[in-house]
Design a protein around this ligand. Structure first.
Ligand code: GTP
Ligand code: MG
Length: 353
């Protein structure tokens, strides 16, 4: 559902104006914030007891369930079916990739793309910024985009180029993309906490986080900080998943890779972030360079078989290998990418849980 959630924190039993003010002062402004919070977070930020925090979370989730915004603990398959039928799929503009997802990037889900530098993660995100704006009848999500840029790699001119190549109104397309430049891990955590409001205010149907892990990876260095980092990432992922379900929006995250020294056969890279990101992502797709093309491999999905396909990065964003032969890509020069995303064996060991 994309309509505003018409339940207020003060609708909760025992929450009067004083408690509401206290919650707001601690950054909890909507009932969704409360429902997606963790007990530890509330205790730390609000100075309340664990029991009160627990009750507040429990009651807010119950109210959202009663009003039909959250799935009930026990639902009939029919209800689940109805809810799933509200799910929309967004085209990637590549038929191959769409087929890998059995139609496109889904709402009510978190889709993770991971792969080494230059594998096309950011290019897919830029392309989705446009396709998400198409009406649902044209295989889009019919809404705006919120792009959370943690690596300073969002390029409006690239989006403009893709829009132009696809015959879209460039100004209109750009004005529907809201970019949040994020510079440190706690800033990312804050933005993710405020997502509910941002989504409602700007009619957002797609949230991109490019990338989910770079800031936490850079700030929490060394074995001693690993559990704190994983705890924080877990809270972020948990909230993203809830938000995708509650607002019926698509969430796309990118993830880096790290070397896996214990692999003797096959590809020695694996997604960064340990199990925390993998468990919370609904779909997990591995991107690899394959000559001029890119290979996308469905690594984890609740409903798709293991599969892979090839796509291309073209002037018009993402496309299929045959399509690229038609488009004029010769004018475009490959830029040198020196960024390293593959980590050392020692760091890899630290990330194992
Ligand atoms: P990191 O963020 O560095 O981990 O990589 P990434 O997976 O996000 O890579 P990204 O999506 O930035 O892909 C970069 C690749 O896209 C480059 O190696 C180019 O091959 C290709 N590319 C980038 N811009 C263009 C463009 O305007 N036209 C075409 N045809 N290809 C492009
Ligand atoms: Mg990138």
């Amino acid at each position: 559902m994309s309509e505003a959630i018409e339940v207020d924190i003060s609708d909760l039993p025992g929450v009067g104006p004083a408690t509401k003010a206290k919650l707001e002062a601690g950054g909890v402004t909507t009932i969704l914030d409360l429902a997606a919070a963790t007990v530890n977070e509330l205790v730390e930020n609000l100075g309340i007891t664990e029991e009160t925090a627990h009750n507040l979370i429990f009651e807010s989730q119950r109210l959202l369930r009663d009003k039909g915004y959250l799935e009930k603990d026990l639902v009939s398959a029919q209800e689940l079916f109805d809810r799933r039928s509200k799910m929309v799929k967004c085209t990637t503009f590549s038929k191959n990739l769409d087929n890998l997802f059995a139609g496109g990037i889904e709402t009510q889900a978190v889709t993770e793309f991971y792969g080494e530098f230059g594998s096309g993660k950011t290019q897919i995100c830029h392309t989705l910024c446009l396709s998400a704006q198409l009406p649902v009848e044209e295989h889009g999500l019919g809404g705006g985009v919120l792009y959370i840029d943690t690596e300073s790699t969002f390029r409006p001119e690239r989006v403009a180029q893709i829009a132009r190549a696809r015959g879209a109104d460039v100004d209109k397309a750009l004005s529907n993309i809201h970019v949040a430049k994020v510079y440190n891990a706690s800033h990312l955590e804050l933005i993710v906490k405020a997502l509910g409001n941002l989504i409602q205010q700007n009619a957002i149907k797609l949230v991109v986080v490019d990338s989910i892990i770079s800031l936490h990876r850079a700030e929490f260095v060394g074995r001693g900080t690993l559990s704190e980092r994983q705890q924080k990432l877990n809270a972020v992922m948990h909230r993203l998943k809830r938000i995708a379900e509650i607002y019926n929006i698509a969430i796309v995250i990118t993830n880096q890779v790290q070397a896996s020294p214990d692999t003797f056969f096959g590809d020695p890279t694996k997604p960064a972030g340990g199990n925390i990101i993998g468990h919370a992502s609904t779909y997990r797709v591995y991107l690899r360079k394959a000559g001029q093309e890119r290979k996308a491999i469905m690594i984890d999905s609740p409903c798709h078989p293991y599969g892979d396909t090839n796509f291309m990065i073209i002037e018009a964003g993402i496309g299929d290998p045959d399509e690229s032969k038609k488009s004029a890509t010769s004018s475009w020069k490959t830029r040198a990418i020196e960024k390293k995303t593959v980590k050392t064996a020692k760091e890899d060991e630290e990330e194992k849980e």
